[in-house]
Ligand binder design. Sequence first.
Ligand SMILES: Cc1cc2nc3c(=O)[nH]c(=O)nc-3n(C[C@H](O)[C@H](O)[C@H](O)COP(=O)(O)OP(=O)(O)OC[C@H]3O[C@@H](n4cnc5c(N)ncnc54)[C@H](O)[C@@H]3O)c2cc1C
Length: 415
Amino acid sequence: MAKRILILGAGFGGLFTALELGRRLRAADGHELTLLDARTYHMFSPLLHEVTSGIVEPRHVTWPVRALAGRHGFRFENRRVRAIDLDGRLVRTDHGDVPYEYLVIALGSVTEYFDVRGAERWTLPFKSLHDAMALRSRLLQMFEEAALEPDPERRRRLLRFVLVGAGCTGVELATEIDDLARRTLLRHYPGLDPAELSIVVAEASGRIIPCVSDGLARLGLEKLAQRGIQVRLHAPVVAVEEGAVVLRDGERVPSATIVWAAGVRANPVIEALPVEKDKQGRVVVDPTLELPPYPGVFVLGDGAHLRDPGTGRPLPPTAQVAVQQARTAAGNILRDLRGQPKLPFRYRHRSDLVSLGAGDAVGEIAGLRFTGWPAWLLWRSVFLAKLSGWKNRIRVAVDWIMQPIFGRDLTQIDG
Ligand SMILES: Cc1cc2nc3c(=O)[nH]c(=O)nc-3n(C[C@H](O)[C@H](O)[C@H](O)COP(=O)(O)OP(=O)(O)OC[C@H]3O[C@@H](n4cnc5c(N)ncnc54)[C@H](O)[C@@H]3O)c2cc1C
């Protein structure tokens, strides 16, 4: 009998499940394959910091889902999911209820503020394309305001950029902001004193970029220090006020631009499900990615908690994990339709590469360590290859080639 297969979320987990199922489902069987998302595009998050710094055009990291749907054998509906009724096998959306026989939940995560007072109100998030563009606009605006500000103390506050969290996102963003500010913007504001510009990264733990080994993280820290980026380790932010962060030791760091890049937790729709969850609100799935005790319901990506049998640790919230899980979930739905047993998910860790601005990076691939230019070239090659669609690969490659010739784009469109 024909089944309704419903996929929630056109991010890394959901879109790649739809593409795989669209390719492998037989049209003659009449199964209905539908992908829902509140947005109409898929977004490639690993290049968001380059959108902020004016290297990559925002549209070049997106993929319109409707244009893919027809060509790849699935239907797309632009709906916002409000809740999931697992017992009634219904997804409640802003445009009515949608029934299903198989459900893939890939709604991703939201920013985690760890109940820090004032954090949600006074910091800028860095999660969506809109966030990347809003931050870019803010950076440009701060330079304009600083250029007109006669008071040196206020000028320093306008030109101090604080990032909360020294994970991959925080560090990549800090180095891009540093490049944009020092290598490009300062040249256009000859009246501003470079000594008044500062970038501060506040990190609660004792190290940066946890995705790479201790040695590479130490090297990364040295490289940040050489550039003049101030990294405060063991410095959890305990409160954020209008125009300042407060660290645990009581130090108040004044800044007009505070970016929160300190962590994520599961999408509230996932967190509301009446099943076992971890501290980040992710639901605990079984090794086949199915959600117990609901056969036919799979959860992937940032919303799923699954221990890696190799390391014994929960899999991290990364695109690498979500894309690999998409193949397993699609395969398991096909196997179930044929009456075959489902297979467990096996994560194959491929690479960890962290960009440290123009011409510099650190990373590990297949146990080999890379730093400096070679690592940066690898970083660009790997992400270009992973970027969704040939059109985007060509457009981003052209952006990268044009930047050293014509410089970064400094237009502040929404200011
Ligand atoms: C700035 C940044 C940089 C990153 N860099 C890397 C990197 O270099 N390498 C890496 O591996 N990972 C990286 N990540 C992490 C990676 O983006 C996530 O782990 C990955 O996107 C998770 O995939 P997902 O399918 O679970 O969720 P997502 O890809 O976030 O997709 C979730 C989808 O659900 C949709 N959605 C959400 N709520 C609703 C709703 N209520 N109704 C309908 N639709 C909804 C969203 O619009 C979205 O399309 C980065 C993340 C960020 C923010």
